[in-house]
Ligand binder design. Structure first.
Ligand SMILES: [Zn+2]
Ligand SMILES: [Zn+2]
Length: 358
């Protein structure tokens, strides 16, 4: 199936595409899906080592970008290797992650790519977020010093306390320590945002409230891209489970708000939704471009689409809701036990006091 790149959209909707057959192929893959921007891995996401890029492959990549009208400085945002954890308290492992980062940043610059998406990482069990966040910033400063132009774009995360970037404040704290602020940015993933507890879904007011918060804490000038994903798990679940647009707990409407917001016009808006093959992305890009044209929230076609997609995701949502409720109930029980202990201790001391003479 082939999709046509829209000439009317104001937004850079795109997707994370395959690099099968070489990195230069990713450009053609993106073009075939109608992407205005795209992401890919620079190396195999399952291995640490990959052979260096050949001059031939670099030339082909650049030529394909020209042919398909992508500006690699602003339209392409490769996703960093999942193994890279610059926050690792084990210094040897952090050092290995740093070498990997440098290798990937060099690849970006060889290809003329201007932005690179990185997960801030995890302080791991027992690690201090405050301390490891400083370690991350130290490595980023070093990496910026060792490269020429590529901007490192930190992604906000879903997850528990030791994950750095599940709160906007974490990203701000890292940016604060970066010497060259021209070389650092942020990518907001809608699924991660929602799963971390931010309400970007229940009303246009709450959606805008999040972005006001984002602007106050981090600043819009740092927003370099977004990942456009629905969420299989409920808000505050801390679960990083991407869902197809409209089928998850976020639903379709927030993506329509997004497609009517000038603040997101110039940046890559990249789908990372689960699909059996890339054609699913082509369809979702068309869906986003369609949402861009629907101004009236009461539009009948829109209502039909919202309902249709929610039905498709209903089973998964119910399963995930049940899991979430069970976990909450277990945590609630634990809290009750603790509370009970405190209460019984208190009553013991009161009793003791009572039996005291006087
Ligand atoms: Zn990511
Ligand atoms: Zn993402």
């Amino acid at each position: 199936m082939s999709f046509v790149k829209s000439v009317t959209t104001k937004y850079k909707f795109g997707a994370h595409v395959s690099t099968a057959g070489g990195i230069s192929k990713s450009v053609l893959n993106a073009n075939k899906l109608g992407c205005q921007s795209f992401a890919m891995f620079l190396k195999s996401p399952r291995k640490w080592e990959s052979p260096p890029l050949t001059d031939e492959e670099i030339d082909k990549f650049k030529l394909n970008c020209e042919k398909c009208k992508y500006d690699p400085l602003v339209d392409i945002l490769p996703h960093g290797h999942y193994f890279i954890n610059l926050c690792n308290p084990d210094e040897e492992k952090a050092q290995k992650a740093y070498s990997q980062l440098i290798d990937e940043l060099h690849r970006c610059e060889q290809l003329g790519i201007g932005h690179y998406n990185l997960h801030p990482g995890s302080a791991l069990k027992g690690g201090s977020v405050k301390l490891q966040l400083k370690q991350l910033a130290k490595y980023l400063n070093k990496a910026i010093g060792e490269t020429k132009f590529v901007i490192i774009v930190l992604e906000n995360m879903a997850g528990k306390d030791n994950i750095i970037g599940n709160q906007l404040e974490d990203l701000r704290d890292v940016i604060d320590i970066i010497d060259n602020k021209e070389r650092i940015g942020v990518c907001v993933d809608t699924c991660h945002t929602f799963a971390s507890g931010y309400d970007i879904q229940s009303s246009l007011e709450s959606f805008n409230k999040f972005w006001t918060q984002f602007d106050e804490i981090i600043g819009f000038n740092y927003l370099k891209s977004m990942h456009i994903n629905d969420s299989k798990a409920p808000r505050e679940s801390c679960q990083d489970l991407h869902e197809k647009l409209g089928q998850g707990f976020i639903g379709l409407e927030p993506f329509r708000w997004l497609a009517h917001d000038q603040r997101f016009e110039k940046i890559p808006l990249i789908l990372e939704t689960p699909h059996r093959d890339d054609n699913g992305y082509g369809e979702e890009i068309e869906l986003l471009q369609w949402l861009e044209t629907i101004d009236d929230p009461e539009n009948e076609e829109l209502k039909f689409k919202v309902e249709e997609l929610q039905k498709l995701g209903a089973k998964t949502r119910h399963e995930q809701q049940a899991k979430y409720d069970k976990k909450q109930a277990q945590q609630g029980k634990k809290r009750k036990v603790v509370g009970g202990d405190i209460l019984s201790q208190l009553s013991k001391t009161t009793k003791k006091k009572k039996v005291k003479p006087e």
